[in-house]
Write a protein that binds this ligand. Structure first.
Ligand code: PHE
Length: 482
């Protein structure tokens, strides 16, 4: 292992790094995961807890990850290992890197499948097929009532769900898009950090922001912004239980890309001139703004057309087509733009997830970057196809990785950065002033206890949600269960 040294590739510019880092954070987590998680957890109250998690937990761990990455200059697993050794601490701390890297890998296995669904919805949106939902509903209602005059009417929402189920069970097509998406990822990541990831992000992210502004403007004018605002901004704390906290932490970490050691990996390519606290603040605020904006783009449409805000993972793929279908001709344009936007965001996140594994493999002797990217691509293809053909494990994988593994890795990272490493070690990264003092206080005294508490009670709550009977006193203690 002695041959493993610091990374030689670096980000080309500060702007490029910010685009890549924001690109990693902003992704399906903002569009697909945030709206349905907020919807299922009661809206406003969830969002307040979510914002607190971003500020007091996510941001602190984000700064820790960049610092560990730049200090060590290596992939997460090797980096933590080498820092521990430098401080004369147990090299078992390398396990933290493993948990995060595995979380990143497992997230990627289903992330690519959802991305393939997104790709599949682009041609549907472009061909205006969402506009036919109303006709189909009328036709099916007529057919049903011809057979039985008392049959219930088929609604547009029924048609959209049928469309969603049909789309994702068109396995060959989804499989084809999956291969396409993996190939694009392999192509970009194989070209390296500066020439691949950074280049892709500096093109895709600005395009993304322009599209986003256009769509939000439209949603605010056309949709039911009032209902969305009151849902998003009026907290209902009666629904809040420990499960809500776990969901909020999981969502905050997933969305920020924190707790997968990804930002350690990105930090390893950072130049000395980059200010870590400032960059972290930019990434966290950009990601949070996009999540809120996505909420404001999606919920007005959901409310205007009477869809169910707690519609689960299908919310994105079922409610939005209804909305676009109802808009008439313009729906074709807005709908296509929306799915393309989601695809751009997904791509800049999936390449970052892939980089975690590739950067580690690349440190082995005899493994080249393109070779590593292709190898990972192949394994992803095998597992991704498993999801495509069996279909049902995505929810579970999402829960275990997002709500358990990310917070767990973040907990260990904060203990490592706050308690195991000396203050001196990270002064070169975070300075010696107030920012350091505040960060160090948070990373030692706030993050570890809060995460431990939320992880323990939140998982008990989740077990209960999965139908497991817990002792009575715990049931009482855990409070409402969404
Ligand atoms: N943050 C990305 C998103 O919101 C997903 C992600 C999670 C990326 C963890 C990297 C690490 O879609």
């Amino acid at each position: 292992m002695a041959t493993i040294g610091r990374k030689t590739d670096t980000w080309g510019s500060r702007f490029g790094f910010i685009m890549a880092a924001v690109g990693s954070s902003v992704g399906l987590g903002n569009f697909w995961r945030f709206p349905f998680t907020a919807g299922e957890n009661g809206g406003g109250a969830f969002i307040i807890i979510y914002l607190a998690c971003v500020l007091f937990l996510g941001l602190v761990v984000l700064m820790a990850e960049y610092s560990l990455g730049r200090k060590s200059g290596m992939s997460a697993i090797e980096g933590i290992h080498s820092l521990a050794r430098a401080e004369g601490k147990s090299s078992n701390w390398g396990a933290v890197g493993w948990i995060g890297s595995l979380a990143a890998f497992f997230i990627l296995t289903f992330y690519i499948v959802i991305s393939a669904w997104v790709i599949e919805f682009i041609p549907q949106a472009m061909s205006g097929s969402f506009q036919t939902f109303a006709e189909q509903a009328a036709a099916q209602t007529a057919a049903a009532q011809a057979a039985d005059p008392n049959a219930a009417a088929v609604t547009i929402a029924d048609i959209s769900s049928q469309n969603f189920v049909k789309s994702i069970s068109d396995r060959l097509l989804v499989g084809f898009f999956l291969v396409l998406f993996i190939a694009i990822n392999v192509f970009i990541v194989a070209r390296g950090v500066k020439g691949g990831i950074e280049r892709a992000a500096t093109i895709l992210m600005p395009a993304f922001f322009i599209l986003l502004i256009g769509i939000v403007g439209f949603a605010l004018i056309e949709g039911d912004a009032g209902a969305a605002a009151s849902f998003l901004l009026s907290p209902d704390f009666s629904k809040v239980g420990f499960g809500t906290f776990l969901a909020a932490v999981g969502q905050a970490f997933f969305s920020l890309s924190v707790g997968s050691c990804l930002m350690i990996t990105y930090g390893a390519y950072l130049s000395r001139e980059t200010n870590i606290p400032r960059s972290s603040a930019i990434v966290a605020s950009a990601d949070t703004m996009v999540a809120l904006i996505a909420g404001f783009a999606i919920f007005p449409i959901v409310f205007a057309f009477g869809a169910d805000p707690a519609g689960g993972p299908g919310l994105f793929f079922i409610s939005l087509p209804i909305a676009f279908g109802q808009m008439g001709e313009i729906g074709t344009v807005v709908g296509s733009a929306f799915f393309i936007l989601a695809l751009f965001a997904a791509l800049t996140s999936s390449i970052s997830l892939m980089e975690v594994a590739v950067s580690w493999l690349e440190e082995r002797q005899g493994v080249t970057r393109p070779g590593a990217a292709m190898g990972i691509g192949f394994v992803l293809f095998m597992i991704g196809m498993g999801y495509v053909f069996s279909g049902t494990f995505i929810d579970f994988a999402d829960f275990i990785t997002g709500n358990i593994m990310l917070p767990l890795c973040a907990l260990l990272v904060s203990i490592f950065a706050g308690w195991v490493l000396s203050r001196k070690m990270l002064e070169s990264e975070l300075g010696e002033g107030n920012v350091m003092n505040m960060w160090r206080f948070m990373v030692r005294w706030v993050v570890p206890p809060a995460l431990t508490f939320i992880l323990i009670f939140g998982s008990l709550d989740a077990l209960q949600g999965f139908g497991m009977q817990l002792p009575g006193f715990l049931t009482v203690l855990l409070g409402p269960n969404g």
